[in-house]
Write a protein that binds this ligand. Sequence first.
Ligand SMILES: NC(=O)c1ccc[n+]([C@@H]2O[C@H](COP(=O)([O-])OP(=O)(O)OC[C@H]3O[C@@H](n4cnc5c(N)ncnc54)[C@H](O)[C@@H]3O)[C@@H](O)[C@H]2O)c1
Length: 402
Amino acid sequence: MQPEVVMIGLGYIGLPTAALIASNGVNVHGVDINPKVVETINRGEIHIVEPELDDAVAKAVNRGFLKADVKAVKANNYLIVVPTPFKGKNEPDISFVEAATKGILPLLKEGDLYIIESTSPVGTTEKMMDLIYSERPELKDKLYIAYCPERVLPGNVMYELVHNDRVIGGVNSESTEKAIAFYSSYVKGELHPTNARTAEMCKLVENSSRDVQIAFANELSLICAKADINVWDLINLANKHPRVNILQPGCGVGGHCIAVDPYFIVADFPMESQIIGKAREINNYKSFWCAEQVKNAKLQFQLDHGRKPKIAIMGLAFKPNIDDLRESPAKYIAQKVLQDANDEEFYIVEPNIEEHKVFKLTQYEDAFAKAEIVVYLVAHDEFKTLPKKSDKIILDFAGVNK
Ligand SMILES: NC(=O)c1ccc[n+]([C@@H]2O[C@H](COP(=O)([O-])OP(=O)(O)OC[C@H]3O[C@@H](n4cnc5c(N)ncnc54)[C@H](O)[C@@H]3O)[C@@H](O)[C@H]2O)c1
């Protein structure tokens, strides 16, 4: 039987979305170029960490509503949820979206709905429309083409997919309406109609706004380190003002979205996006600064004790309680600190993953017990159970003990 939906890209966003749609009794054909991902899903298992996803996928696969494959098949609705990383010097790379679109070109038929959910530079949906109609001119203006950005929070994806508001922008009003009808079958949040370009920019602006606000907190943390003020106390106090809401600093900004999307604006609007570009620089600099602080603590220990310290690097993920290491500032700092290593003993900790191809991982309690310098890079819940007071040197860049 022809599936109703083809979901292209079965990662952190595509797989939960596919499982959710399938859980409503809709036949979903998931496509991923990674055969291991396909095999895992077809066993009813998952390859990523996301609460409630394992259960949703197991049920959807066992009931026969979700099937994964390396190739697409004919359907009525196609969703593109592939990565959009950057290439070269922070230039957006839409080649995955292009490849996914080319993969379904021969399958498209009149009346089909094609939606891009991948975070994309402004104009991508129109570019894909041009690509589709140049290869399939007989379908011109007979498809519904729209862009709908995803704004879920990793760790709470299954809830937010249903309850978040969505911005939906078609290349024309018919496409917007058709896409809204599609999402209304499983989204309970409000569906806001717009055009494709605005929807694309909306996603980029949301993450740039977060990036700029985090940059402000990170800048404060650098100022406070010099001014000998506890930045966490300071922000807490400043936020007692009824109209002030400063975010928390960290060891930088990571992940597939906030650390990436602002560049999609900067690349296309370099003269206009001054604050957005500067925020990226500040957040990147914060990671470099953290690595320097570790280096300084290490040298100071050596001067004080006449030997090299044992150092625990706590956390590699880009934010608390997830296994996602993409664009992670913690991973960058760990790498940088290890590059400068000179016979010190390091314990690298990431409780959310079992193994890593570069880092030898240590269990968090062991690492804490053995280390003389403890560097908190991510505020994972496990770390909050460790002693706050000890004779160890603690560098808390994540606010674990705030
Ligand atoms: N992860 C998030 O929290 C999040 C939030 C909002 C938006 N986004 C955006 O959603 C998009 C997808 O992100 P993700 O985190 O799910 O990525 P991901 O890397 O977890 O998953 C993408 C999947 O697509 C597959 N893929 C790549 N090219 C393909 C192709 N041509 N055909 C079929 N499969 C292909 C990959 O093998 C991978 O499994 C990105 O544009 C991202 O910026 C992600």
